[in-house]
Design a protein around this ligand. Structure first.
Ligand code: PXG
Ligand code: PLP
Length: 440
């Protein structure tokens, strides 16, 4: 590739230090299985499955084939008033894998759109039932719910919000996050301490009166902030408080769904059923942009009033239910089934946990957290330069070790392939150990 183009500023990269990036651009031009290829011809092992997206590996032949066939057969069709066969089939397939109560599926193009869709459905549902006073939305500190105004407002990642502080949507509050190094550092799996933090929701019900709250949204395992598994009993307690006050519980499973927690949905892993689930990423193995919002039967039914010729929910995207994306989704679900992907994921968990926790003795490491195939090794920030250690590990791994490692500040985050080879996984962590040893 032309080096001038690599360094050209035309492309404004998302969530990236653009000026630093331009100095030495990291550009991928191919991928296969568990490896990327760069424009320079290097072959890199991917420890993050895309961006939590591609659990089956890159360019899975069955998905590639489905997309190729579909794009030649029906590339696009109007999604309002008319639909396509693939979208209908995928809705059926995905609700068929979901907790029984969740029977309807609304398609979007991303996790951010899924979140904003879910919040709108929650508000519309209460209004349709004559409880239009239920307008307040509750999120949680440190949550990531995408970057659109709704998701950003219920989200709790400070740098994502601070520039827009005066423009966040009104009527939003946050419960406390569940991270506490003093009690939970180096926990394997779910922390035993912290279920009581769910009672923060009860506090907000006291403050606002629960009858004014429409919905609570949480990631069952917080991902983007650096993997915070819920304390034992925490999600159950949230469910119970929501039930007591008539509040809808939304699980944002953009990361958790489709095998990351060795089940179709995190809700099933935890045995806690929310009223709405948001998804994206693993829905198509990252191959096409697509998200889905799953809702309970009676939420859908509440909208089905008024004259039958009239639209019930004034919401949708040009590309909702896109036939090529839906064909990728269908092929992805088929591969999950055929290859026993969720069982493969379950079988990798212990090995992954052991590898992560082998870093507990490292001088830079202050915490290790994991659940399912989500993991984080958190390094102490260097004095006066928070984030520098993480960025150095990322760049050294990329340029010197042919390894893609995702850092969020000084946390190294891991989202291994659901069908990882255990030896490859071991080698990737050996490399990371070597790299961390070399940094200051
Ligand atoms: N909700 C959750 C729980 C997510 O993890 C979104 C919503 C937004 O999805 P879209 O498709 O609009 O990006 C996400 C996305 C990271 C990282 O480094 C994670 C995400 C996005 C960017 C970075 O962990 N998750
Ligand atoms: N802006 C304009 C001018 C549009 O016409 C549309 C869709 O028709 C949108 C924004 C929304 O785009 P999308 O449906 O892809 O989210």
């Amino acid at each position: 590739m032309n080096a001038a183009i690599e360094k050209s500023p035309a492309y404004w990269l998302p969530f990236t230090a653009n000026r630093d990036f331009r100095k030495k651009p990291r550009v991928i031009s191919g991928a296969s299985g568990h490896y990327y290829t760069t424009v320079g011809g290097a072959k890199l092992y991917d420890t993050f499955s895309g961006l939590w997206t591609s659990g089956l590996g890159h360019c899975h032949p069955k998905i590639v084939e489905a997309v190729q066939q579909q794009v030649a057969k029906l590339d696009y069709c109007m999604g309002f008033q008319v639909t396509n066969d693939r979208a209908l089939e995928l809705a059926e397939r995905v609700t068929g894998m979901a907790p029984k109560a969740l029977t309807h599926c609304f398609f979007t193009n991303s996790g951010s759109e899924s979140v904003d869709t879910a919040l709108k459905i929650a508000l519309g549902y209460h209004r349709a039932r004559g409880e239009g006073n239920r307008t307040r939305l509750i999120g949680r500190e440190r949550a990531y719910h995408g970057v659109n105004f709704g998701g950003m407002s219920v989200g709790g990642i400070v740098p994502n919000r601070k520039v827009f502080s005066a423009n966040l949507i009104p009527g939003v509050d946050h419960i406390r996050h569940t991270h506490d190094l003093e009690h939970n550092a180096f926990t394997r799996g779910l922390p035993a301490w912290g279920a009581h933090l769910a009672d923060d929701l009860e506090r907000l019900c006291g403050l606002h009166d629960g009858s004014n709250i429409a919905a609570v949204i949480v990631e069952p395992v917080a991902g983007s902030t650096g993997v915070l598994p819920p304390p034992v009993g925490y999600l159950e307690r949230l469910r119970e408080i929501c039930d007591r006050h008539g509040i809808l519980l939304i699980f944002d499973e953009v990361i958790a769904a489709f095998g990351r927690l060795a089940k179709p949905f995190g809700a099933q892993r935890f045995g806690v059923t929310p009223d709405i689930i948001t998804t994206a990423k693993g829905l198509t193995n990252g191959v096409m942009p697509m998200g889905a919002v799953l809702v309970r039967d009676d939420i859908y039914d509440a909208f089905m009033q008024g004259p039958e010729y009239m639209i019930e929910l004034f919401h949708g995207y040009t590309y909702s239910g896109h036939p090529v994306a839906a064909s990728a989704g269908l092929a992805t679900m088929q591969v999950y089934d055929d290859e026993g992907t969720f069982e493969q994921a379950a079988a990798l968990e212990q090995h992954f946990e052991d590898l992560l926790h082998s870093f507990a003795d490292h001088k830079h490491v202050i915490d290790v957290r994991n659940f399912g195939l989500m993991g984080c090794i958190e390094m102490a920030p260097r004095d006066g330069a928070p984030g520098a250690r993480g960025a150095e590990v990322h760049k050294k791994c990329f340029w010197e070790e042919n390894l893609v490692v995702r850092n969020g500040m000084d946390g190294l985050q891991f989202s291994p392939f659901l069908n990882s080879d255990p030896d490859e996984m071991t080698r990737s962590f050996e490399t990371i150990r070597r790299v961390i040893d070399t940094i200051e």
